[in-house]
Design a protein around this ligand. Structure first.
Ligand code: SF4
Length: 441
């Protein structure tokens, strides 16, 4: 998701810091003063149901996030098949950043090396973000040369552009992939820690109408290495005096659960103590609610990170008009899935709701949202739409946003208005790429 403040699935892409403290339901809370600020939203008038839109979610398309027919489960690959599947563009060599640590060990063993060599290389790639075999000082030159002949340890992403917003310190990073496509990440300074908003796809086929990325259509999924490369690359770019990236949100370009295998693979490495060691409670995955993938994840015990659901409306007719994915996974089915979804102890679901002036921002809409959320343990992020050029919606008046929040608080919900940083550098999902080179994205 991207979108509105990362709306993410559009919703939170540009997630920013929260400006006002969360407000929990309770009569006294109604008297709290609220500051309205900006948030970033992106939208895109793309219609996910339009067959002529490449990569769209047209009828008959495979379930988003479904494995490719015949694709083996991660970790079950034979080195030979793996070599074919994980090939990067670097002269047809195997791209080690796309392998799991276990696959990497299988690979080096198939090359005549000892298994511990796989751990060494995984550490260089996933913990230290090395940029080539030549940096691997604890591996003999003979071994490095042998491996370098058939594989590459280079990061699959390279920085194409970086821009900092002087007003809030957010930094947008435009990455070039090996096939020339562009993706973006945003580093957000959230007062004491840095949060990185990462992309999971090049473009997106969900077509949320408030999201700029949705206008691009889906170009392709990002690989594990391309997802992790954003984190490792950003960590290397941030000067120590600016802090450390401690939080990651999947709210950049793309719907994470439309690329579930690679997102889950990258999450596993991101949270591993011996690699990136980012705590699961500091990671959040934002989705429009790809029900089949949520059901699969729930059956495996859930996520080890937070989950944000982008709603946009709490009745089917309106939600389908704003978020075409709702035609495929209507609200009743989504709610049933969320009720059964296991969450880490002490965590609640986050619901992201992009407020669109005159569309879904009335007290009546807030009341419907409250009713829909009955029975779910949630906190609600309200994201006033931030218009982009050509956007089909407008930003609601602060008074309307406040009234919406009041209805939710009166119903004893925790509801906060989100601020989005980075607006001045077009740091909303899809805006960076769109403003760079639409043709290459
Ligand atoms: S169109 Fe895609 S990237 Fe944009 S908000 Fe929807 S799911 Fe997220």
């Amino acid at each position: 998701m991207t979108g509105d403040g990362r709306a993410g699935d559009g919703v939170m892409i540009l997630t920013g810091a929260e400006t006002n403290a969360p407000r929990s339901g309770g009569k006294n809370d109604r008297l709290m003063r609220r500051d309205m600020t900006e948030e970033t939203v992106e939208e895109g008038p793309a219609d996910a149901g339009t067959p002529e839109s490449p990569g769209s979610l047209e009828p008959g398309a495979p379930e988003p996030g479904a494995p490719e027919p015949g694709a083996p489960e991660p970790g079950a690959l034979e080195p030979g098949a793996l070599a074919a599947k994980k090939r990067g563009s670097d002269g047809g060599k195997i791209r080690l950043a796309d392998l799991s640590p276990e696959e990497l060990t299988d690979f080096v063993v198939s090359m005549g090396e000892k298994p511990y060599r796989g751990k060494q290389i995984a550490s260089w790639i996933f913990a230290r973000g090395c940029s080539g075999f030549e940096e691997m000082s604890d591996i003999s030159k003979a071994s490095r040369d042998k491996l370098a002949a058939v594989s590459t340890a280079r990061s699959p992403v390279s920085l194409a552009e970086s821009e900092t917003d002087g007003s809030d310190g957010s930094r947008r990073l435009l990455w070039r992939l090996e096939d020339g496509k562009l993706i973006e990440s945003v580093v957000l300074d959230e007062g004491g820690h840095l949060t990185l908003c990462v992309s999971s796809q090049v473009g997106c086929r969900m077509g949320c109408r408030f999201c700029r990325t949705g206008t691009l259509g889906l170009k392709r999924n990002l690989t594990q290495g391309e997802i992790l490369g954003q984190v490792l690359g950003a960590a290397a770019l941030v000067p120590p005096e600016e802090g450390k990236i401690t939080n990651v949100v999947f709210m950049g370009m793309g719907e994470p659960l439309d690329n579930a295998d690679n997102v889950l693979r990258s999450l596993k490495i991101m949270t591993a103590p011996q690699y990136l060691a980012i705590a699961g409670r500091h990671i959040s995955l934002s989705t429009v609610g790809v029900v089949p993938r949520l059901e699969q994840i729930a059956a495996r015990g859930g996520l080890k990170c937070g989950l944000t659901i982008s709603l946009g409306a709490a009745d089917d007719e309106l939600r389908s008009s704003v978020m075409p994915c709702n035609r495929r996974w209507p609200l009743a089915r989504l709610k049933e899935t969320l009720l059964a979804f296991p969450l880490p102890r002490g965590r609640r679901l986050t619901v992201a709701y992009v407020l669109l002036a005159g569309v879904n921002d009335s007290p009546e809409h807030a009341w419907r949202l409250s009713k829909f959320l009955t029975g779910l343990k949630v906190k609600i992020n309200l994201i006033p739409f931030n218009p982009w050029p050509g956007a089909p919606y407008e930003r609601p008046a602060p008074r309307a946003t406040a009234a919406f929040q009041d209805v939710l608080v009166d119903k004893y919900h925790t509801a906060q208005i989100r601020t989005t940083k980075g607006a001045s550098v077009n740091a909303a999902c899809g805006l960076l790429v769109a403003s760079a080179k639409a043709g290459t994205a």
